[in-house]
Design a protein around this ligand. Structure first.
Ligand code: NAD
Length: 359
């Protein structure tokens, strides 16, 4: 076996239907007394439920999380944490809410200000030390262990309300982390195991959720996939796919999970010949036939069969933005199995714009 380096992330995970009931015990375990509960405005009811469960340990609710963590929102949340004397934050929601919790943990005056995350989508942010902040329309990201949640409670019951459209795209967002993790230059056998199992669990959950979006067992499998794929994202470097999605999401304000869903098959087709072992493992996890483009086609078909978007034009991308997106994708170097070639990336974007099936 080739030598490798693997760093385990020190997050405690409590998983299972009904796991939210263990919140009080988990907050006590963190040694916290006053929790500020975070959510989006749409999930304010969930935040109130969490505050009720906490009783006297709830210091307040800040239900103003927004996509991509605008700096103004982060400042307002930090101010609220200070005002109510919070000694920890609880984020209930998707990547936007977890991202807000990370912004508070990053700038907290108290060293080791703990964040407890209760994810309700499959974005996976709760398992990463990656934070993002948007200022003046530009999103900057960084890595800092202070933002990694100390505890994550995964309760599939809380995902029963996730609309089917977001269920599909969010699960494909998770799969994207695992796919790029399988060809990461700093990948290792442990993250590869998590990646392959994560893809398998997500891909087998989706058809069941399309038949019955309240299938709790399938919801559990999808959340388990989110955990595994998020761990991969937090451990190894991402490549062209994540760069393109970051660019398209940030510069053209496209919905995060939908962009991942549309771009992934085309990014995999771009990298297919440069990362054959990763493609073999992705196809195996999807349960599709083996071939150079099986991974790309498998992901495309998984999305299309279940009614997820497959074309950038259908999710708000302007055709005249494709050239600029290609320019931005090659502006600064980053690791990717196949070298970054502007003309080929422009072609990739055209396929993604049109929704062409790879191959
Ligand atoms: P989101 O958090 O923006 O949620 C989308 C919408 O769905 C929100 O209105 C939310 O309230 C609602 N929602 C979430 N869960 C729900 C549920 N169970 N029932 C009903 N409604 C629910 O979307 P997302 O895709 O989870 O997160 C996207 C953001 O996360 C982006 O800004 C992305 O950059 C970031 N992200 C960061 C990391 C990281 O490691 N830092 C990883 C993945 C994503």
């Amino acid at each position: 076996m080739a030598p490798f380096t693997y760093t385990a992330q020190p997050t405690r995970v409590v998983f299972g239907a009904g796991a939210l009931q263990q919140l009080g015990r988990e907050i006590e375990r963190l040694g916290a007394q006053r929790a500020l509960v975070l959510s989006t405005p749409e999930q304010a009811d969930s935040a109130r439920r969490v505050a009720e469960l906490l009783g006297p340990r709830a210091a307040g609710i800040f239900a103003e999380a927004r996509m991509h963590v605008p700096i103004e929102t982060a400042r307002a949340a930090r101010e609220e944490a200070r005002r109510v004397g919070a000694d920890c934050a609880i984020a209930i929601g998707g990547g936007s809410t977890v991202g807000l919790g990370k912004a508070i943990a990053l700038e907290s005056e108290r060293a080791g200000f703990p964040l407890l995350a209760i994810p309700t989508t499959y974005a996976g942010s709760e398992m990463t030390p990656i934070y993002g902040l948007t200022e003046g329309g530009v999103k900057k990201t960084g890595r800092d262990l202070r933002v990694l949640p100390k505890t994550v409670i995964y309760d599939p019951e809380l995902t029963l309300t996730l609309p089917l459209g977001l269920t599909l795209t969010s699960a494909l967002n998770a799969i994207a982390h695992a796919c790029e993790g399988l060809y990461a230059y700093d990948g290792n056998p442990i993250t590869a195991l998590m990646a392959e199992e994560g893809i398998r669990a997500a891909a087998t959950a989706l058809p069941r959720l399309c038949r019955n979006e309240h299938d709790l067992d399938a919801r559990g499998d999808a959340l388990y996939a989110a955990w595994l794929c998020g761990s991969v994202l937090g451990s190894v470097s991402m490549g062209l796919h994540h760069k393109l999605c970051h660019t398209l999401g940030g510069s053209f304000e496209l919905p995060h999970a939908a962009v991942h869903t549309v771009v992934l098959p085309h990014a995999l087709a771009y990298n297919a010949n440069a990362a054959p072992e990763a493609m073999r493992r992705i196809a195996r996890a999807l349960g599709t036939a083996q071939g150079p483009l099986s991974a790309a086609i498998g992901i495309f078909d998984l999305a299309r069969t279940h009614g997820a978007p497959t074309a950038l034009r259908d999710i708000g991308m302007p055709a005249e933005g494709l050239d600029r997106a290609a320019d931005l994708a090659v502006q600064s170097p980053y690791p990717n199995p196949r070298p970054l070639e502007r003309a080929a990336i422009r072609e990739l974007l055209q396929h993604a714009f049109d929704g062409t099936r790879p191959g």
